[in-house]
Design a protein around this ligand. Structure first.
Ligand code: GLN
Length: 514
């Protein structure tokens, strides 16, 4: 495959490192994250056109702080240091970094110099996001100061001759109002990128590469109906057509109409493949009957899925390749890419393989961020409602029904959720919310309807905004929208007589209920 021009993000453990890579890619430049531990040789071998050193929790002047071979700055490759990265660059090149008399945190007014290539088409006074305790007191020899704040004498510095740039603030977070322009300036004006990372050509090249790799082999894909596995399936279908078999398990815990939608898209003939929809609803309801404990529910659902998939795989016989919808954040979070400690061993990375007999795993989306996966899905002709679908947990609605799962309760949640989604769309709120859904509390309470006493369930509505799903805020939904949804749900969904709105953020709550 032809190589894209690549920018390398060297990870020192900062919170926003995936964001840096995403922003660079939004500039149509391919970008990868690598741990600082990988060392200079790995960086050189990656052959990047530019290097970005990230933020991080440590202090550069302390012993054992993450560091870098200073030869990095002699490679002739442009380097941008962000926060910790800027401090490290200064420290290693002979500047002075120390504890700042005043720490800076939050939106801060930064005065920029018109001379700097980083600040072209950026306002002279611009709001940036700061988050640091240390600062660069004196920049390294050969550097000029190109930005300052009231509390920070060196908010940016550069050695233009050597193409080394340091910024104390975080251009990657949206609170830095002109941050995207600054990163754009770095990759285009400093690194000289042309911008060859585009989803249409990525999709085209991937299809060709997959065809080459798979040859005449058989491919098996577990389709969940979620964005990642759907896009992977569509791509494989374009690459190898009927050599691909997709298995979709309806566990009876899907959103309303989801099974029909998935069957229509993938079983409808537009995508060439063998499509198997397994109706396992009753099987699941039987297994889940009487089970109330969340972890136990999850376990049953996961195990049953594996069993069904295995049964179907056996019918197909030997497969050569197993498709997984692994995406780039899964790779980074599994500790394979960047520096962030293992947050969770992701179900996609190292999940299925142990029970299916196959030769190799193919992960066609391994290099993509979520927004890019959606974009690739659009390029492949998947409908918008599918590619813009919200994240949905593997155990499905079972984690949105507190306590025992029954077919009746599933129907209640499905209907309430469909109404909630419909009204959010009508109010034009979709774009502002990261995730929103209805859950069935296990609480029954007294109500009155048509002069009669009722004793029915309460539905909880949830809507959150978040950048990274690690933390989240409960969204401020306009009152009239909540009123409309409430009245529709109590009228249209049987056995619901109360609707509650969840005002809790994450932490202390989680986004899902179980
Ligand atoms: N730990 C360093 C400081 O406090 C860098 C912080 C950061 O990179 N966000 O200044």
């Amino acid at each position: 495959m032809a190589q894209n021009e690549k920018v390398l993000v060297v990870d020192f453990g900062g919170q926003y490192n995936q964001l840096i890579a995403r922003r660079v890619r939004e500039c149509n430049v391919y970008c990868e994250i690598i741990s600082y531990r990988a060392g200079l040789d790995a960086i050189r071998a990656a052959n990047p056109v530019g290097i970005i050193l990230t933020g991080g929790p440590n202090s550069v002047y302390l012993e054992d702080a993450p560091t870098m071979d200073p030869a990095l700055f002699e490679l002739g490759i442009p380097v941008l240091g962000i926060c910790y990265g800027s401090q490290l660059m200064s420290h290693l090149l002979g500047g002075h970094v120390c504890r700042a008399p005043e720490r800076e945190y939050g939106k801060t007014l930064v005065h920029t110099s018109e001379e700097s290539p980083i600040f072209q088409n950026v306002s002279r006074d611009t709001i940036c996001w700061m988050s640091h305790n240390d600062y660069i007191e004196t920049p390294a020899p050969g550097f000029t100061i190109t930005a300052y704040t009231d509390n920070c004498p060196v908010a940016a510095a550069e050695n233009r001759e050597k193409n080394l740039y340091a910024v104390q603030f975080h251009p990657e977070v949206l609170h830095t109002q002109e941050g995207k322009q600054m990163l754009h300036n770095f990759v285009y004006n400093v690194c000289g990128c042309k911008g060859d990372w585009k989803m249409d050509s990525f999709v085209e090249r991937s299809i060709v590469a997959l065809r080459e790799k798979i040859g005449g082999g058989k491919v098996l894909c577990a389709l969940s109906g979620g964005v990642d596995s759907s896009v992977a399936a569509a791509m494989l279908s374009k690459a190898v057509g009927s050599q691909l078999t997709c298995v979709f398990v309806d566990h009876g815990l899907l959103r309303k109409n989801e099974m029909e939608q998935v069957c229509e898209i993938f079983g409808g003939g537009e995508f060439e493949m063998n499509f198997i929809c397994v109706d396992a609803r009753q099987r699941y309801y039987d297994k889940l009957a009487g089970v109330e404990e969340p972890e136990k529910k999850r376990k049953i659902i996961g195990e049953e899925f594996i069993r069904i998939f295995e049964e179907e795989a056996k019918k197909i016989g030997r497969v050569d390749f197993l498709v997984q919808g692994t995406i780039y954040p899964d790779v980074v979070e599994s500790g394979l890419g960047g520096e962030s400690t293992v947050i969770k061993s992701h179900h996609n990375v190292g999940g299925l393989p142990d029970y299916v007999d196959f030769k190799e795993i193919v992960e066609p989306l391994r290099d993509l961020f979520k927004d890019e996966v959606r974009q690739a899905g659009r390029e492949l002709g998947l409908p918008e409602y599918l590619v813009s679908r919200q994240p949905f947990p593997g155990p499905g609605l079972a984690v949105r029904i507190i306590g025992e799962v029954t077919p009746e309760k599933v129907a209640m949640v499905q209907d309430a959720d469909a109404i909630w989604r419909e009204e959010v769309a009508k109010a034009g709120l979709e774009g502002q919310l990261s995730q929103y859904f209805a859950a069935l509390t296990n609480m029954r309470s007294v109500g009155v309807m048509g002069d009669e006493r009722t004793y029915d369930y309460a539905i909880a509505l949830r809507a959150v905004t978040t950048v990274d799903f690690m933390t989240a805020e409960s969204a401020e939904i306009p009152w009239p929208v909540l009123q409309t949804v409430t009245s529709r749900i109590v009228n249209e969904v049987k056995h619901v007589n109360r609707v509650l709105y969840d005002c809790t953020g994450k932490p202390p709550a989680t986004i899902e209920f179980e």
